[in-house]
Write a protein that binds this ligand. Structure first.
Ligand SMILES: Cc1cc2nc3c(=O)[nH]c(=O)nc-3n(C[C@H](O)[C@H](O)[C@H](O)COP(=O)(O)O)c2cc1C
Length: 412
C-alpha cells in the first residue's frame, strides 16, 4: 500500500487499559513515518500501564486524559466560543482508532456510554471508527463481550479482530492484539474509503419494483436491494454525495444516506429523472420489472376462478439514461439465470451497447450464494471494450468496494 493515503491525515487514537497498550507506541511511530498526525487519548486505566510521556514522545503531541480541566470555568469558557476538547478531538479525526480496546470500552461504546474523554469523543465523532480488541481469552469469549462486538459490527463499526496466541495473562487462545501491520493496512483502507469519491454525485438504484395487479396483489421479484445498497453505503463512506433510490421492501441502509423509495417502474423512472441530470455517476442496480399489468384492477379480484392477466413491457429505464445526461458515467447490472460465464458476459455487453453504458456488472442469480437476497456475490464487470474484470465470490460489501474501485479508475 502506498503511503500517500496516510500523508497529512489526522488519526486520533484512544488507548485503553489493556496490557497490550505498550505495542501502540510502535503503531504510532509507524503511522507518523507514513506521514500521519497522531493525537492520543488515554483512559485512566491505561495510564497505570504506560506513562503518558511515552505516548507524548511517540505521537509528538500532548496526550489527553481528562474530559474536564479543573481550572476552567466552563460557563465562561463556552460563552467565549472556546473549543471543547472532546468535540475538537472528534472533529479533527480523519480516522478514530481505539487500540487496544478493552472489554470495558467495547461495552461502553456499544451502549452509548460517554463517561470519560475517550468514550465522549467516540460518541461525538463522524470519522470512521476502528476498534482493535485485546484481552484475556475468557474475556473475549464472554457472551456479553461477543454480543457487544456483534452489535457494533451491525452498526458498521470496523474491527481488526484479535489473534490467537500466547497471552500476557499466561493463557493461550484468542485475544492477542492484532499484528500492527494488519492494523495499519486496515487504517489505510478506511482512509482511502473516506475520500476518493469526494465531490462526486452518485445516483444508485436498488431493490425491486412492484406492479399492482389489484389493490392487494403485486408482481415483483426476489431482489432485496442488498447489492445496490452496499454500493450506496461504500460510495457514501468514500465521500460521495449519494442519492439512493430503493424499492419499498428492500433492506435498510446502515448510514443516513439521502434516499427516496420507489414502487412501480414508472415511479422509479420519474425519480431517476429528478436526479440524473446533476449526477456524475449512475449505478442502476434496481431489479426493474420487465412487465406491468395492462389493465390494473381497481378492486380486489375475486378468487376461485381462472384469471388471465395481460402483461405489457415496461420502460427500459437503463437505455434512456445517457439520452438524458450525456456526461453521465453509467453503470448497469445484468442478472441472468444459470448461464455460462461467456453467455453472461455477452448478455452484459449487449445491454451495455444498447444503453451506451460505461460498465455493466453481470451476475448469475441461479448460482448458489450469488444474486438475490444473499450477503455474497460473484460478478463480472464488462466495459465498453468488452474487457472483463472478474470479482470472485465475496461479501457484497467487498464486491461493492471493488466495483467502485473499477469505476474510480475509469472516471479519474
Ligand atoms: C495489568 C492489567 C492488565 C489488563 N489488561 C486488560 C486487557 O488486556 N484487556 C482488557 O479488556 N482489560 C484488561 N484489564 C482490565 C482493564 O484495565 C479494566 O477493565 C479497566 O476498567 C479498563 O478501563 P478502560 O476501558 O477505561 O481503559 C487489565 C487490568 C490490569 C490490572
Amino acid at each position: 500500500m502506498g503511503d500517500s493515503i496516510f500523508r497529512d491525515k489526522t488519526i486520533v487514537i484512544g488507548i485503553t487499559g489493556g496490557i497490550a497498550c505498550y505495542k501502540v507506541l510502535d503503531l504510532i511511530k509507524e503511522l507518523r513515518k507514513l506521514g500521519s498526525k497522531v493525537h492520543a487519548i488515554m483512559t485512566e486505566a491505561s495510564t497505570h500501564l504506560v506513562a503518558t510521556k511515552d505516548f507524548e514522545k511517540a505521537s509528538g503531541n500532548e496526550v489527553q486524559t481528562a474530559l474536564f480541566h479543573p481550572k476552567i470555568n466552563y460557563v465562561e469558557y463556552i460563552k467565549k466560543n472556546k473549543p471543547i476538547k472532546h468535540i475538537s478531538l472528534a472533529d479533527m479525526a480523519d480516522l478514530f482508532l481505539v487500540c487496544p480496546a478493552t472489554a470495558n470500552v467495547i461495552g461502553k461504546i456499544a451502549n452509548g456510554i460517554a463517561d470519560d474523554l475517550l468514550t465522549t469523543s467516540v460518541t461525538a465523532t463522524t470519522a470512521p471508527l476502528l476498534i482493535c480488541p485485546a484481552m484475556n481469552v475468557k474475556m473475549w469469549e464472554n457472551p456479553i463481550v461477543q454480543d457487544n462486538v456483534k452489535k457494533l459490527k451491525k452498526l458498521n463499526y470496523n474491527f481488526v479482530e484479535p489473534e490467537y496466541g500466547e497471552l500476557a495473562c499466561g493463557y493461550k487462545g484468542m485475544g492477542r492484539l492484532a499484528n500492527i501491520k494488519r492494523i495499519i493496512d486496515r487504517i489505510g483502507l478506511l482512509l482511502k474509503q473516506r475520500s476518493d469519491l469526494k465531490n462526486k454525485k452518485i445516483l444508485v438504484t436498488a431493490g425491486a419494483t412492484v406492479e399492482e395487479i389489484d389493490p392487494v396483489r403485486v408482481i415483483t421479484n426476489k431482489s432485496s436491494g442488498k447489492m445496490g445498497i452496499n454500493i450506496a453505503e461504500q460510495a457514501f463512506l468514500r465521500g460521495a454525495d449519494v442519492i439512493l433510490l430503493r424499492g419499498y421492501n428492500s433492506v435498510e441502509p446502515s448510514y443516513s444516506i439521502k434516499e427516496e423509495k420507489f414502487t412501480t417502474v414508472d415511479d422509479l423512472f420519474s425519480k431517476v429523472k429528478k436526479y440524473i441530470k446533476s449526477a456524475d455517476i449512475a449505478i442502476h442496480a434496481a431489479a426493474v420489472s420487465d412487465f406491468a399489468i395492462n389493465d390494473k384492477h381497481g378492486s380486489k379480484i375475486k378468487s376461485g376462478k381462472e384469471l388471465h392477466l395481460e402483461l405489457v413491457p415496461t420502460a427500459k429505464i437503463f437505455e434512456r439514461l445517457k439520452g438524458i445526461n450525456k456526461k453521465l458515467f453509467l453503470v448497469g447490472f445484468k442478472a441472468e439465470h444459470n448461464f455460462s460465464d461467456r453467455k453472461l458476459i455477452d448478455s452484459a455487453y449487449d445491454i451495455l451497447r444498447k444503453a451506451d453504458a460505461d460498465l455493466v456488472v453481470a451476475n448469475d442469480v441461479g448460482r448458489a450464494n450469488r444474486g438475490f437476497d444473499v450477503d455474497t456475490n460473484e460478478v463480472f464487470v464488462v466495459d465498453k471494450d468488452k474487457k472483463v474484470r472478474h470479482i470472485r465470490l465475496a461479501d457484497k460489501r467487498i464486491v461493492a468496494d471493488k466495483i467502485l474501485d473499477i469505476i474510480i479508475n475509469k472516471v479519474k
